[in-house]
Ligand binder design. Sequence first.
Ligand code: BES
Ligand code: MN
Ligand code: ZN
Length: 504
Amino acid sequence: MTALTLSTAGAATLRADAIVVGVAKGAKGPVVAPGAEAVDKAFDGKLGSVLEDLGVSGAEGEVTKLPAPSGLKAPVVLVVGLGPAPAKNGTYATEPLRRAAGAAARALSGRKKAAFALPVETAGDVEAVAEGALLGAYAFLAYQGGENSGKKGDNGPKLPLAEVTLVGTKPRDKAHKAAADRAIALAEEVNRARDLVNTPPNDLTPEAFAAVATAAGKENGIKVQVLDEKALAKGGYGGILGVGQGSVNPPRLVRLAYTHPKAEKTLALVGKGITYDSGGISLKPAGHNETMKCDMSGAAAVFATVIAAARLGLAVNVTGWLALAENMPSGSATRPGDVLRMYSGRTVEVLNTDAEGRLVLADALTRACEEKPDAIVDVATLTGAMVLALGNRTFGIMANDDAFRTTIHELAERAGEASWPMPLPADLRKGMDSPTADIANIGERMGGGLVAGVFLKEFVADGITWAHLDIAGPAFHEGAPYGYTPKGGTGSAIRTLVKLAESF
Ligand code: BES
Ligand code: MN
Ligand code: ZN
């Protein structure tokens, strides 16, 4: 991954391929942001008017490259928009800094080294700029540009910016150093989750995912247990097995346990890990299945959060459950009308095999509850209905505890992730009444995201605080990249979950 260093050096003295400075959108035109003083000086104090003459506004995401005047040790000055300028004497919020750093890093792909001279007043700013740059520099190149690809050299994919130095920072200051270290650990794990989401489903099977988790667990001192299809059958995991039985790639349930000797609390995380969702016998139509390798984004988020907690040495126990299966149609697949006996002992009539996420999650939730954690959060690309409700960038939060839901919403905001609280209306339960089994896996069409949440609630033990994050919208980005968000897997919910673990 992109390397990140802090430096007390001024922007003018550091040798680099480009210097990044910020410009905000003021009431009377562009406002050069703090951090750019030395660069402005090299422009004879006229950087602001040069930008104004060029029509630069300072809008978020705007990127302008200028040839550097003499006096700077880099050939290019990259000016990135920060959005609205803060009120007089105000400071920049962290999310605009994170996004600007991301947009700049993305615009510098193919270069070796950049000096970032963005406004960094506090350790929180250092963290935001570092995180944004490392997340924005991300590229998934594992499947292109290889030998005989015809995409080599100038014709090949551009490598991510190799090295970022944040100038005007204090590498020997404890708070700055800790901020950079946290940003590096977090961004590396978010990027690792993105890699997993982007890996094509013919390579990332449940077994392959479990192997990745096992190896990473070993490397980070985390206990990993994997239940294979035999162990799942022995344990009575009818939900996970029912979803996975149509595929030649059998399902897995992975348990990752990070423990800290001084921990007083345990947070359990449960991730939906459908490595490919074809819909099963209730097959998805063409146009709705091309991106369904992303259906393991919840499990990737849980995996990344547990590893990040270990790397950061958080004084909390974090247990991660990855419910891994491939949802495929075949002669051995679950049929609409089949009844599954779940791990909890309850029976579920499967009326739609495309409502598979709630089946694998139900088993994992019941299992996670047996250990009586202080709270459980499940994360899932669960419903198209949540995307219709909240759009492509916002995840929904449901919970059996209003205060816990609010806490997660606020932590998400602070992490720079958009989310919104959603209800679990009790009246939606009766739509899932089944004449044959204890419950059906689908209910009313209206409020489908909430129906799924109400189904999951049935499998959470009484007295356990639980929240459900439906990340179907933000998990996978199909539009043009923006800020630090690339095309493809985004690593949604990880930064929020790490903040939640830290808050325990
Ligand atoms: N994995 C999908 C949900 C999804 C949709 C994720 C769009 C990402 C983007 C889920 O398994 C699914 O198919 N849900 C169905 C449920 C329905 C059958 C009750 C849906 O949302 O249509
Ligand atoms: Mn589905
Ligand atoms: Zn699914």
